[in-house]
Design a protein around this ligand. Structure first.
Ligand code: C5P
Length: 234
């Protein structure tokens, strides 16, 4: 079985990625490719990762009018990745269009489509004061998760703290993917709603996204093993 954590390859260039993977013997582990890397290296980077047997979550967080998202998803469908995503706040019409485009553009299997609820770098203060959304954060996340499910997507990106409520409302098979994962001695960086791998597992998260706690560590392989041990023993 694949490991249930996607390693966030937040690097600037394909060379940086290849050096990192080779130096730490991360060949074949599930990886997440985000905007920074994809906007520079694009399809050849995805092809290289596929050639090296990495399951891929392509994290581009699409958010645009439904037609544009549908056509963009058509193109992403042809890349042969495992998971793609949109922002749930784009609304049901956009999520439905995303799925339509993805299904039409996929060659073999259709990637899972998930939607970002509220970024793990945001907290209630931002929600209330900047976005003028007056609901408690977990209620807003739950509402976006339900919208995502009703629009036919496979799951959401959320923090570990919201997983239990989402599973209650959307069902146990609805995927929850949780970034903001930190080992107990790692820096929080710009993330606000963080959790350890142990807590994420105890809350019922299906997949973890883990970036800087591993990629910026002095010994990345050691921290990756710590994530795995925590997950296996939680
Ligand atoms: O380094 P860190 O573990 O914080 O990396 C988290 C990764 O997950 C980043 O690549 C970020 O873009 C991504 N992400 C996130 N919050 C979301 C969706 C994706 O942090 N809601």
């Amino acid at each position: 079985m694949n490991k249930p954590f996607y390693l966030a390859l937040d690097f600037r260039t394909a060379d940086d990625v290849k050096t990192f993977i080779s130096a730490n013997d991360f060949y074949g582990v599930p990886v997440k490719v985000g905007m920074e890397l994809f906007y520079r290296e694009g399809r050849p980077m995805i092809d290289w990762l596929k050639q090296h047997d990495h399951p891929i979550f392509l994290d581009l967080k699409l958010h645009d009018i439904p037609t544009t998202v549908e056509k963009a998803m058509y193109n992403l469908g042809s890349l042969g990745v495992d998971i793609v995503n949109v922002h749930a706040s784009g609304g049901s019409e956009m999520i439905i269009a995303a799925k339509r485009g993805l299904e039409a553009g996929s060659v073999n299997k259709v990637p899972k489509l998930i939607a970002v609820t509220i970024l793990t770098s945001m907290d209630e203060n931002v929600l209330h004061k900047e976005l003028n959304i007056q609901q408690p954060l977990n209620v807003a996340v739950e509402r976006l998760a339900l919208l995502t499910k009703e629009s036919g997507a496979d799951g959401v990106v959320c923090s570990a703290h919201e997983v239990e409520r989402i599973k209650k409302v959307c069902g146990n098979s609805f995927l929850t993917v949780t970034p903001g994962i930190r080992l107990s001695d790692s820096s929080q960086n710009d993330q606000k709603r963080v959790a350890t791998p142990t807590l994420a597992k105890q809350k019922g998260a299906d997949l973890l996204v883990i970036g800087r706690s591993v990629t910026q560590a002095t010994n990345p392989q050691k921290n990756y093993q710590r994530v795995m041990e925590e997950w296996n023993h939680a």
